[in-house]
Each structure stands twice: as C-alpha cells, then as structure tokens.
Design a protein around this ligand. Sequence first.
Ligand code: HEC
Ligand code: HEC
Ligand code: HEC
Ligand code: HEC
Ligand code: HEC
Length: 272
Amino acid sequence: MKCPHLCILISLILYMAAPALAQTAEGDEMRSTSCLDCHDSDSIKPELRSIPSEWRKSRHYQNNISCHDCHGGDPKDAAMAMSPERGFAGRPQYDQVPDFCGRCHIGILKNYLESGHGKALKTAGTGPNCVTCHGSHDIQKADVSIINEKRCSQCHTYDRAKAMRQALSVTEKKIKDVEDGLRQLKSAGVYTENEDKALFNTQAAFRTLFHSVDVSLIKGRTDEFVTKLEEIEAREKEIFHELGFRRNFSAFLMMVFLGMAVVLMLLSKIGK
Ligand code: HEC
Ligand code: HEC
Ligand code: HEC
Ligand code: HEC
Ligand code: HEC
C-alpha cells in the first residue's frame, strides 16, 4: 500500500530535479573530456598549451561548444579520441575552414561562399577565411570593430573595408540605440523579452549580410533594417511613456492621500 505513494513521491522529486541534474551533467561534460585531459597537460607541446585557456574565454565555451564539437573525435575515450573512425577531423586546412565553421553557421557560410572573399578562396586560395577575421579558439562576440586597417589591408587597400564599415555604421548605430533603450528599461525593472527577441533576430539577419562584402547590397537593405529597428525603438518609447505615466499617477495619488491626511488631522483638531 505504501509503495505507490512512495514511488509517486520519488518520481515527483526526480521529475523536479531533472533539469538541474541534466545541467550538471552537461557542465561536467564541458569541463572534463578526454580532449581536455590531454590538452590541458604537459604532454602537449608548449606552443599548443594555451589553446584550452583561450577557448575558456570564448563565446563558444559560454555556449557549450567544446573541442570535439568543432574537431570531432571521441570526448569519452582517450585511446580513440583522435581516431578518424570516431569522426576526428584534425586541424582544418586553410580552404576547409569555411565548411568546418559553416556546419553550424549556415546562413553566414552561404553569404560568404557567394562573396568576393569566398570565391577568391575557392578559386585562387587568396580570400580570407573565417579564422582570418574571427580567430579560432578565442572567438568573441562579433561587431564592426573587426573591420580595421591592420586586418583589412593585408590583401588590398583599406578603402574597400572603409566603405564597408561606413555602410554598416548606420544600422549598427541604430542597434546600439535600441540596446541602450532595452538596458534602461531593464534597470527600471521592465520585462522586455519580446523586444529582446526582435532585436536578436534583426541583428543576426543583418550581421550575416556583412559576409557578402557587397557594399551596395548592404546600402540597399539598410532602410529595411533601420525600419525594423525603429519599430522596436517605438515600442521602447511607448513603454517609457507608460512608465512615466504610472510614476506621475502614483505621485498624484500620493499627493491626494497626503492632502486628505492633513485635512483629517486638521478636522480632528478642530473637533477637540
Ligand atoms: C592521449 C592524449 C590526447 C587526447 C585524449 C586528445 N589529444 Fe589531441 N593531441 C594530442 C597530442 C600529443 C597532439 C599533437 C600535438 C603535439 O605535438 O603536442 C594532439 C593534436 C591535436 C590536434 C592537432 C592535429 C593536427 O592535425 O595538427 C587537434 C585538432 C586535437 N589534438 C584535438 C583533439 C580533440 C578534439 C580531442 C578529443 C576528442 C583530443 N585532441 C584528444 C593528445 C591528445
Ligand atoms: C570553434 C571551433 C573550434 C573549437 C571549439 C576548438 N577548435 Fe581547435 N582549431 C579550430 C580551427 C579552425 C583550427 C585551425 C586554426 C588555424 O587554421 O589557424 C584549430 C586548430 C587546432 C589545433 C592545431 C593548432 C596548430 O597550431 O597546429 C589544435 C591542437 C586544436 N585546435 C585543439 C583544440 C582543443 C584542445 C580544443 C578544446 C579546448 C579546440 N581545439 C577547440 C577550431 C576549433
Ligand atoms: C558545433 C557548432 C559550431 C561550430 C562548428 C562553430 N560555431 Fe561559432 N557559434 C556556435 C554557437 C552555438 C554560438 C553561440 C550562439 C551565437 O552567438 O550565435 C557561436 C558563436 C559564434 C560567434 C559569436 C557570434 C556573436 O554573438 O557575435 C562567432 C564570431 C562564431 N561563432 C564564429 C565561428 C567560427 C569562426 C567557427 C569556426 C572556426 C565557428 N564559429 C564554429 C556554434 C558553432
Ligand atoms: C573579412 C572578415 C570576415 C570573414 C572572412 C568572416 N567574418 Fe564573420 N564577421 C565579420 C564581421 C566584421 C562581423 C560583424 C558584422 C557586423 O557587426 O555587422 C562578423 C559577424 C559574424 C558572426 C556574428 C553574427 C551575429 O549574429 O551577430 C558570426 C557567427 C560570424 N561572423 C561567423 C563567421 C563564419 C562562420 C565565417 C566563415 C564562413 C566568417 N564569419 C567569415 C568578419 C568576417
Ligand atoms: C587574406 C586576404 C584578405 C583579407 C585579410 C581581406 N580581404 Fe577583402 N578581398 C580579398 C580578395 C582576394 C578579394 C576579391 C578579389 C578582389 O576583388 O581583389 C577581396 C574583396 C573585398 C571587397 C570587394 C568585394 C566585392 O565583391 O566587390 C571588399 C568590400 C572587401 N574585400 C572587404 C574586406 C574587409 C572589410 C576586410 C577586413 C575585415 C577584408 N576585406 C580583408 C582578400 C582579403
């Protein structure tokens, strides 16, 4: 008779704890893989030993993308970790890098392959690959600061890159304004999930576009992106307005109550 109750209780507890348990399992997998056991140790030659610590600072680490997610191989079996049968792909050659990264960044790969850069890489091996601009293990959140004279004048004059940066700057500035607005709303305690999502989607679509390195394409689509961002901005202003109204209204109520309190006090004094 007791068992059903106990069983129900235990399964209820397990059910509620499952997300937390799954999370620790995932976290452990990130922290201890066969790859890291070796690559964090002195058995690796000195010039490669900084790779794990670079990776731990990256955007990929923050999003649970580990060594084997990029390089393949078996993260659970040290003996077979780097065997091709377990899908180990090794170090990608210069011209293999776009496909290597593009498995996950599909939209970006598409724009890149159609671009002057992608075509120059495929035909003559002269175009930059993803690593040229983003690095490999210490990859950070991307923005227009990647476009700078040092990086972009290795193969051609900086003029082209500058035109690109200017074309992006209108939309990037708008993105920044919208982000600032959302930050202010958040610090005022407002829940902005819908606006966050709208910004994320617009931003992702826009930043994919850079990889076309097509200045006129980006100029041509700037209005469309700015309009989308202005819609989010308008919504922010609306929320600010409501917030101000609510503040004024509560201040008004406060005054009314204070006034009433004073009147009541005076009345009670007169009564005596
Ligand atoms: C038993 C120890 C060991 C394990 C386990 C291990 N590695 Fe390695 N790995 C090495 C050594 C040693 C090298 C060669 C570097 C050197 O000369 O020091 C290497 C080289 C590499 C290279 C460069 C290969 C090339 O073609 O230049 C990559 C990429 C790599 N490992 C990724 C991984 C990944 C991903 C895993 C887990 C799935 C992993 N390793 C597991 C010891 C290991
Ligand atoms: C985001 C994908 C990605 C992740 C995650 C990643 N790597 Fe790499 N790794 C690369 C790329 C791309 C290269 C080739 C770099 C180049 O061409 O300059 C590379 C190169 C290497 C090399 C060869 C370096 C050399 O100079 O010969 C080793 C060793 C290596 N990775 C190990 C690791 C280990 C260990 C981890 C986990 C701590 C890891 N990688 C995580 C993408 C990744
Ligand atoms: C196994 C899937 C996978 C592979 C392979 C991969 N990435 Fe990522 N990458 C992700 C995920 C997931 C994120 C985090 C979500 C996001 O920001 O888009 C990310 C984030 C990024 C970001 C930051 C985006 C931002 O927020 O500004 C850059 C840049 C990036 N990756 C470049 C690369 C490059 C370059 C390579 C190849 C060396 C690569 N990725 C390989 C999955 C992957
Ligand atoms: C010529 C330099 C260059 C090359 C080559 C390049 N990128 Fe980028 N990437 C950038 C710049 C610049 C941005 C930021 C654009 C912006 O802020 O509008 C960016 C943005 C990104 C983002 C962030 C998008 C987002 O949603 O915020 C990812 C992911 C990314 N690149 C991955 C890749 C991958 C994968 C490749 C190879 C197929 C690649 N990049 C090749 C310069 C480059
Ligand atoms: C590894 C060499 C290399 C690097 C680094 C490089 N480029 Fe290029 N770029 C090329 C090649 C090759 C072409 C296409 C051939 C040509 O038109 O000269 C090109 C073409 C371009 C074009 C013209 C595309 C078109 O379709 O008209 C622009 C714009 C451009 N690059 C911007 C940039 C920016 C921005 C950066 C820095 C983030 C950069 N490039 C870094 C090699 C490079």
